[in-house]
Design a protein around this ligand. Structure first.
Ligand code: SF4
Length: 199
C-alpha cells in the first residue's frame, strides 16, 4: 500500500468510481467499507453489493470490507420517519456511517470518507454534519470533498463498464419518491408539449 490509508464507506459501485479515483490522486489509498442496511428489497441489496465487489476485485483493485448490515436497526430507527426525508436520511446516514466509523476504528484507520459525496441526490450538508459528529468519537479524521461535479462522469464510466445502475437511493420510501418524481417529470413534459402544439 503506497498512499495514506483511508476507509471509504461505499453506497454502491457506480458511486465509488470517481471518489476512489480522486482520493487516490490526492495520495490516499482507500479501502472500501460496505454497510448499507437501507437497501430494499434484499435482492436489490445483494445486486448492488455483487456489482461493487465485481468492480472492486476485477477492475479497481481495491480491498472491500463487508461490514454489518443491521436491517432490524434500520427498521427501528429509520423506517418510522417515513416520508420525512430530512429526518429519515439523517438517521439513515447516522446508522451506516456509525458502522463505518466503528470498522475504521477497529481496523486502525485514521481517515474516513464516503461515496455519498458524489451523488447530487444525497443531502450533502446533512451527511457531512453526521460524519463530522461521529468521526471524532472514533478518533477519525473526515476527508470531506465535494465530488458532485464528477457525477456525470461516474454515470458515463459506470455505463461503459456495464455496471448495474439503480434508479432510486435504496429504501422503499426512496423507491416510491423516485417513481412519483418520474411521473411528475413525464406529466410536465406532456403538458409542455401540449402547450407548444396548441400555439
Ligand atoms: S433515501 Fe437513501 S439515504 Fe435516505 S433513508 Fe432512504 S436509503 Fe437512506
Amino acid at each position: 500500500m503506497s498512499g495514506t490509508p483511508l476507509l471509504l464507506h461505499a453506497c454502491c459501485g457506480p458511486c465509488s468510481l470517481e471518489p476512489l479515483r480522486l482520493l487516490r490522486e490526492e495520495g490516499f489509498e482507500p479501502t472500501i467499507c460496505w454497510t448499507n442496511p437501507n437497501i430494499q428489497p434484499v435482492a436489490e441489496h445483494q445486486l448492488r453489493l455483487d456489482t461493487l465487489l465485481l468492480w472492486a476485485h476485477e477492475v479497481a483493485g481495491v480491498p472491500v470490507i463487508v461490514a454489518g448490515d443491521d436491517r432490524d436497526a434500520w427498521e427501528r430507527s429509520v423506517a418510522p420517519l417515513g416520508f420525512d426525508r430530512q429526518r429519515r436520511c439523517r438517521a439513515c446516514y447516522g446508522l451506516r456511517l456509525a458502522e463505518a466509523c466503528r470498522v475504521a476504528r477497529t481496523q486502525g484507520f485514521e481517515y474516513i470518507s464516503t461515496t455519498l459525496v458524489v451523488s447530487p441526490y444525497q443531502l450533502f450538508d446533512t451527511c457531512h454534519e453526521v460524519l463530522e459528529k461521529l468521526a471524532p468519537a472514533n478518533n477519525l479524521k473526515v476527508v470531506w470533498r465535494d465530488f458532485r461535479a464528477w457525477y456525470p462522469q461516474a454515470t458515463t464510466r459506470s455505463r461503459e463498464l456495464g455496471m448495474y445502475r439503480q434508479n432510486y437511493c435504496g429504501c422503499r420510501f426512496s423507491a416510491a419518491e423516485a417513481t412519483i418524481e418520474r411521473h411528475e417529470a413525464r406529466d410536465a413534459r406532456k403538458a409542455a408539449k401540449a402547450a407548444r402544439d396548441s400555439v
